[in-house]
Design a protein around this ligand. Structure first.
Ligand code: ZN
Length: 221
């Protein structure tokens, strides 16, 4: 059994970088699904993945996948991930923590030169929040069903935008990603997910001012 640790400083740096996309003046992040901000975050993560020579895929629902190969590529992947969209009062952790910590696992395995039997994939599910387009969890729902429900095509955003057009524009904004069909066998799935609004973010910065240790914020809530 190999001892293995991720790079927490790199993860915190990444969280701060992604929190700038859609940052609100008083803290928190507004980066709603299938907006330009959402596309920017997806492009940023895909760029980091390609720089590592990981393969990047998206499916017709704009779910984004980053794959690190295993020794046996015929085995179903272990999947880890979450979402990058954020509702108006969302904080910087929430889905971004689940997504970026998953990517950190791939990078740390790479740095340590550790091979895994199975391929591992990071996933970014489209529209988890459901506040711009209803319902929430569209990406994972369509993945599990293997199809996009017919009645989603005519859906309109709260700002009047068309679901079909915004989905197409999001997919087109990432031409580097290889297209793959919707839904495939997964060995198992892990997700870290914090629903905290901006309160955890505020708590961390307050804690930091009181010079608490770097890990204390994880216990704050
Ligand atoms: Zn969430």
């Amino acid at each position: 059994m190999t001892m293995f640790a991720i790079d927490g400083n790199r993860l915190n740096r990444r969280l701060a970088e992604f929190a700038e996309i859609g940052a609100l003046p008083k803290g928190g992040v507004n980066r709603q699904a299938l907006t330009e901000g959402d596309r920017q975050a997806r492009r940023m993560l895909a760029g980091l993945a390609l720089a590592r020579s990981f393969r990047v895929f998206q499916d017709p629902m704009a779910n984004l996948f980053i794959r690190r190969p295993g020794r046996d590529e015929t085995l179903a992947p272990l999947m880890i991930g979450s979402h990058l969209d954020s509702q108006p009062a969302g904080g910087r952790y929430d889905g971004a923590l689940g997504t970026l910590s998953a990517f950190e696992v791939l990078e740390s395995l790479e740095d340590a030169g550790i091979e895994t039997d199975r391929p591992m994939e990071v996933v970014v599910w489209t529209n988890e929040e459901g506040c711009r387009f209803a319902p929430g969890c569209m990406g994972s729902m369509a993945f599990a069903a293997g199809a996009i429900p017919d009645d989603w095509a005519a859906r309109q955003a709260t700002d009047g935008a068309s679901f079909t057009e915004e989905l197409a524009a999001t997919i087109e904004s990432l031409p580097e990603a290889e297209m793959r069909p919707l839904g495939f066998p997964v060995f198992s799935y892990i997700e870290i997910h914090i629903e905290q609004g901006p309160s955890l973010e505020a708590e961390i910065f307050r804690s930091a001012r009181h010079r608490h240790s770097g890990t204390r914020w994880l216990e704050a809530r």
